[in-house]
Ligand binder design. Structure first.
Ligand SMILES: [Zn+2]
Length: 304
């Protein structure tokens, strides 16, 4: 395949060109456009490219990075059958998000950006009139056929389906770290939300203790992620787009013990193998475990 072109970008939050390198594991250029790189359950962790921190505002991001066209192609072609194997825990996680969100908005029109196969929308449809956008044609088809959801393969910036100031909630769960222009995306969210409408976000927290301890081995660093927020940079991004943060906390999730253990696959065998052995020995691979590793941020922000 052709090697994707890499592009240099200034800081998305403050426009500065002054940055310092935090982590650097060169891209494997033969896989950076491949579907496996973009799957939620990917094993492509280690070749995450050059990650810098803005000297002026502290935003952490990948620079240089593949051009947006190469990134979008990766998402459009993404097929992730493993994502479906944890369907019961993904449904429960959707309800955890929904419980938080409903503290700030209980009903109305809800749009999910990056809806994947539709677990969150399927949970939210009880209370909200729901629709979703999702670049992966495979995920879109599952959302439409399995859950009968209105999920469209259209981009958030270009879709004409929603009027300005017409939505009560926009959700982006594990999405903003993948976007080529997060500031434009939250500004677009502000445009489409009614005054008082709620933006619900979940994203890995590069300011967390585990990110500080694991450094270049932190699970959040991966080639599909091109922005790494902490609660300060995320708040600043949202305020710049006209939002007021009304909730900011860590976000835990439920998965099977087997799935949690599989997340350690890219660590050295002396860590992964004993954990896997113990879980198999206790026969708890399919049992569910709630874990808050305190390295994902959950935010609700209200449009002023
Ligand atoms: Zn900056």
């Amino acid at each position: 395949m052709n090697e994707p072109k890499l592009e240099h970008i200034p800081c998305n939050l403050c426009g500065s060109e002054r940055s310092v390198v935090e982590f650097h594991r060169p891209y494997k250029l033969d896989t950076v456009s491949e579907c496996a790189t973009y799957a939620a359950t990917t094993d492509e962790f280690q070749s995450y490219g050059r990650i810098v921190r803005c000297r002026d505002c502290g935003l952490v991001y990948t620079d240089p990075r593949p051009a947006p066209g190469a990134l979008l192609k990766g998402y459009e072609e993404c097929v992730d059958e493993a994502y479906l194997s944890e369907s019961s825990s993904r449904s429960i996680n959707a309800h955890l998000s929904l419980n938080t969100l409903k503290r700030f908005c209980r009903t109305g029109k809800l749009l999910e950006v990056g809806a994947s196969t539709g677990y969150f929308l399927n949970a939210a449809r009880v209370d909200f009139d729901v629709a979703g956008l999702e670049p992966s044609e495979w995920a879109c088809r599952i959302a439409r056929e399995k859950f009968k959801l209105d999920v469209y393969p259209e981009s958030f910036d270009a879709t004409k389906r929603f009027e300005p100031a017409s939505l009560d909630v926009i959700s982006m769960i594990d999405v903003i770290e993948h976007l080529s222009d997060p500031l434009a995306a939250v500004r677009r969210a502000a445009e489409l939300l009614k005054p008082g409408g709620v933006l619900y976000l979940v994203t890995p927290d590069v300011g967390s203790l585990s990110a500080s301890l694991l450094r270049g081995y932190w699970w959040g660093l991966r080639p599909a992620h091109i922005y790494y927020f902490d609660k300060h940079t995320l708040r600043r991004l949202l305020e710049k787009a006209g939002f007021q943060v009304v909730l900011s906390k860590s976000f835990g999730r439920i998965f099977s013990w087997g799935y949690w253990a599989s997340r350690l696959r890219h660590y050295p065998g002396f860590i992964y193998n004993p954990v896997r052995g113990i879980i198999r020995g206790l026969d708890i691979e399919d049992k569910l475990l709630y874990l808050d590793t305190r390295d994902s941020i959950e935010i609700c922000a209200r449009k002023k």
